[in-house]
Design a protein around this ligand. Structure first.
Ligand SMILES: N[C@@H](CCC(=O)N[C@@H](CS)C(=O)NCC(=O)O)C(=O)O
Length: 208
């Protein structure tokens, strides 16, 4: 099996970089220069018509959307490594639920807040009311995740899976960018601390 991973540093591709490192999956990494617009060139658009990273090509078949990539890698390589639940198990249902919740709800609310407040985006397109609504939503979602972690070490139970790594990657970026303090969310804080201690997480973070 051959895997080509198209990425850019400090982007959502970081989630996939961590997953590939945790799973120890051999692959070729191809850096895409987003500033130069390489992601909008015809040869890249043929792989991902959205012109975005991360994009993966598995044995000639392109796959995009980070959550789809996580699930595909989890199913192929994660089960034997204990990083993705076995097909048909109750844990697999939980894994699918929470990894997609993270993208559709949490990432979306954090991104909406950042889009309406950060200097990275044009000021004239920002709206304080939308920012406030997104922050209220993000805080509510963080409380839901904190509740999910009450009495559990990890999101699907006692074992760390790609779901935890994916959610932690989103939060590692999002909490900092949105300046959200989670010190009162004790379960969430403890869980994030456990994930940050993982050797693959440390190694990927050290690479920058
Ligand atoms: N929903 C996509 C979002 C991917 C995305 O937003 N990628 C950004 C980098 S963080 C990108 O490639 N932007 C370049 C562009 O849109 O031109 C995913 O989760 O994979």
């Amino acid at each position: 099996m051959t895997i080509t991973f198209y990425y850019s540093p400090q982007s959502s591709a970081g989630r996939i970089r961590l997953t590939l490192a945790e799973l120890g999956v051999p692959h070729e990494a191809v850096r895409v220069d987003l500033r130069a617009g390489d992601q909008k060139k015809p040869e890249f658009l043929a792989l991902n018509p959205n012109g975005q990273v991360p994009t993966l090509v598995i044995d000639g078949t392109p796959i995009f959307e980070s959550v789809a990539i996580q699930i595909a890698l989890g199913e192929r390589y994660g089960v034997e490594k204990g990083l993705w639940p076995a097909p048909g198990s109750p844990e697999q249902l939980m894994a699918l639920t929470w990894i997609i919740w993270g993208q559709v709800n949490l990432t979306s609310a954090l991104f909406r807040y950042i889009k309406n407040t950060s200097d990275w985006f044009p000021k004239e397109q920002q709206d304080a009311k939308q920012a406030e609504a997104a922050m209220t939503e993000a805080r509510g979602l963080l409380r839901i995740l904190d509740g999910r972690l009450d009495g559990r070490q990890y999101v699907t139970g006692e074992r760390c899976t790609l779901v935890d790594l994916d959610l932690a990657s989103v939060l590692g970026w999002g909490l900092q960018a949105a300046k959200i303090d989670i010190s009162e969310l004790k379960n969430l804080k403890g869980w994030l601390g456990r994930i940050m201690e993982r050797p693959a997480v440390k190694a990927v973070m050290a690479e920058g």
